[in-house]
Design a protein around this ligand. Structure first.
Ligand code: HEC
Length: 586
């Protein structure tokens, strides 16, 4: 039989099969193809090399969007986060860094750091640009470029045949921090980043400074090119690329700073995964001559630097308490995120000792104990399971109830941790769900807390005090111009409403919050349990619709809220007066 004859026979046999078999065969082919694409995307996402990479990255990202409904960053949103002592009003601003949202490297490419100068929060982003924002609705690119980290030369390495034996992750040469300081010689911006050295074919952490014009009060008065920055410090030795795993693991660079008057910076310098697990040889954090896995003390005026403490992994957060105590939030291995108090000359044990394990749960290779911290300086606190700690800030002047607390941001846990310090002892840690990978936490000079997330969001947090709802209502009732009988009717009716409803903004857990309901859209708070009827109802609440709803929720919109049972229209009217009054308060 000829080839075409054979094909025709096979086709006829296929056509003869029942339709359901034909369809499921087709389905299996499609599913196999999708699985293959996922696999390729996964592999290329990790290895990040080769000309086909951008294509597969795009395809897998599209598919992930379809199947897992990845939430794209909101344009401009306001929401409320709950915490034990405070409710936090969060306003979200999206920073357009020009990043391709289909680039699956985007999470890793983020890095970056925040600082405050005048009215603006400044962001140094992955692309080396500096953005300024005074709040949501005002985010702009400034005329100040960050220092040059030789990104272009680094990006060319995967295509260079001399480096064929290495695997590069394109997103791992990063900017790690930005800080405004008032040095004895004048105001400066200091940037911390990982720098590629093309001549030496190696990389190091670097600090560069940009003197600001004396008297400048805003970044809008400044312009600077990358060449205007002066490199003041580079960690030594300049590290060579490794052939195991990825050539350069810049997501482990640390690179966060805290200022110590008059002119010192404490810089965290990560171990770049040179820990014996992802590299050959012993952990670099224990090498007393290498400035990695160390905290460093650097003078911004002279550029002199020395090792302060050793035995660290990847310290992504650093902050100083009012009494001068310096703490770092250290991104550990599995189960080993630590909060350490830094003391000159101490060794914190990594990778010889850790509370954490390898990703398979086995002891860290070369460790002298398992899951213990017996021989070296111990953390004052650790997260179990680990949350992927990132930045850290001391809170000062945000709200009295948070005064002196530490905020630690977390990546994989999508949250913030508020740590209450009593002296040098952390007495509790409160988790506050944010919902994005939080890369950096900073307190602005005006008191607001600002978060930078891997979704390119700047989130501005302000405290929303809890009010005494009962007292507020009684105060209003006392001054309301109502007959005595109506007053007591309103009081009784309200007693029923508060069995379910809260009057705090954003407190929509049990029932919709009624704090701002008047004049607001029907059925659109964050309450998760709306009936279909109320949810699909269009329009804003006004006097008429509220009266109809309270009289008969079922008739109004198939709502399952029980009827108020009020039989005096003056009482209903007064309740609505109160809702209107409340709305005016916010
Ligand atoms: C038994 C619990 C309960 C009581 C008591 C109650 N509510 Fe409700 N209320 C709800 C629930 C649940 C919803 C959402 C109903 C739905 O989705 O159909 C709701 C919805 C509402 C809404 C619309 C909210 C929105 O987001 O559009 C208003 C206004 C309202 N209630 C006012 C009141 C007032 C005023 C009282 C007191 C007279 C009261 N409720 C008593 C549970 C209650």
């Amino acid at each position: 039989m000829t080839l075409s004859g054979r094909l025709q026979a096979a086709w006829a046999r296929l056509r003869g099969l029942p339709l359901w078999l034909q369809l499921s065969g087709f389905g299996a082919i499609v599913a196999g193809f999708l699985a293959f694409i996922f696999f390729l995307g996964f592999v290329s996402g990790e290895r990040a090399v080769g000309p086909a990479y951008p294509f597969f990255a795009k395809v897998t990202n599209k598919l992930e969007n379809v199947f897992f409904g990845r939430k794209l960053p909101p344009q401009l949103e306001s929401t409320v986060y709950n915490s034990a002592l405070l409710r936090l009003e969060a306003k979200v601003a999206l920073v357009d860094t020009g990043r391709d949202p289909n680039d699956t490297n985007m999470l890793s490419r983020n890095g970056g750091g925040l600082t405050s100068f005048g009215e603006n929060v400044l962001l140094l982003a992955y692309n080396g640009k500096i953005y300024a924002s005074s709040g949501p609705g005002d985010v702009r690119e400034t005329a100040v470029m960050g220092p040059d980290n030789n990104q272009t030369a680094y990006q060319a390495l995967p295509d260079n045949p001399d480096y064929a034996d290495y695997s590069f992750h394109r997103g791992y040469l990063r900017y790690n921090d930005l800080m405004y300081v008032e040095a004895p010689s004048g105001p400066l911006l200091v940037a911390s980043y990982t720098e590629f050295n093309p001549e030496g074919s190696c990389y190091a952490n670097a600090l560069a400074k940009l003197p600001l014009p004396v008297g400048a009060t805003s970044i809008d008065e400044v312009s600077a090119s990358p060449q205007d920055w002066e490199v003041i410090f580079r960690t030594t030795p300049c590290l060579e690329f490794k052939k195991e795993h990825l050539a350069m693991e810049g997501h482990m660079a640390g690179g966060r700073m805290v200022f110590q008057a008059p002119s010192s910076i404490i810089l965290t310098s990560g171990d770049f995964h040179l820990d014996g697990m992802r590299s050959a040889g012993p952990g670099i954090a224990q090498d007393p001559d290498a400035m990695y896995g160390k905290t460093l003390l650097v003078d911004v005026e002279t550029g002199e630097g020395r090792i302060l403490s050793m035995g660290h992994r990847n310290m992504q957060g650093i902050a100083a308490l009012k009494d001068g105590t310096v703490l770092v939030a250290e991104h550990g291995p599995r189960g080993g995120d630590e909060l350490n108090i830094i003391e000159d000359g101490l060794n914190y044990g990594w990778p010889l000792e850790s509370y954490g394990t390898t990703y398979s749960g086995t002891p860290i290779p070369g460790a002298i104990s398992f899951g213990r911290h017996d021989s070296f300086a111990r953390p004052v606190f650790a997260w179990m399971p680990s949350v992927a700690v990132s930045g850290m800030a001391l809170i000062n002047g945000f709200d009295e109830s948070w005064e002196g607390d530490l905020l630690v941001s977390a990546l994989s846990d999508l949250s913030l941790f508020r740590i209450r310090m009593e002296g040098q002892i952390p007495v509790y840690s409160e988790r506050i769900e944010i919902g994005s990978r939080v890369r950096y936490v900073h307190q602005h000079t005006d008191g607001r807390i600002v978060l930078w997330t891997d979704n390119s969001e700047l989130i501005f947090l302000s405290p929303l005090q809890r009010v005494d709802e009962g007292q507020r209502f009684q105060n209003w009732l006392a001054t309301a111009d109502l007959p005595r009988g109506v007053k007591s009717g309103v009081d009784t009716a309200m007693g029923r409403c508060v069995e379910c409803h809260s009057f705090q903004i954003g407190d929509d857990d049990k029932a919709p919050s009624l704090a701002k309901i008047f004049n607001d859209p029907i059925g659109e708070t964050a309450f998760a349990g709306y009936s279909d009827g109320l949810k699909s109802r269009k329009g804003n609440w006004d006097r008429e619709s509220l009266t109809a709803f309270l009289d008969n929720p079922d008739a109004f919109a198939d709502s399952y809220m029980p009827a108020s049972g009020i039989n005096d229209p003056r009482v209903t009217e007064a309740l609505i007066d109160y809702l209107e009054y409340l709305d005016r308060q916010f």
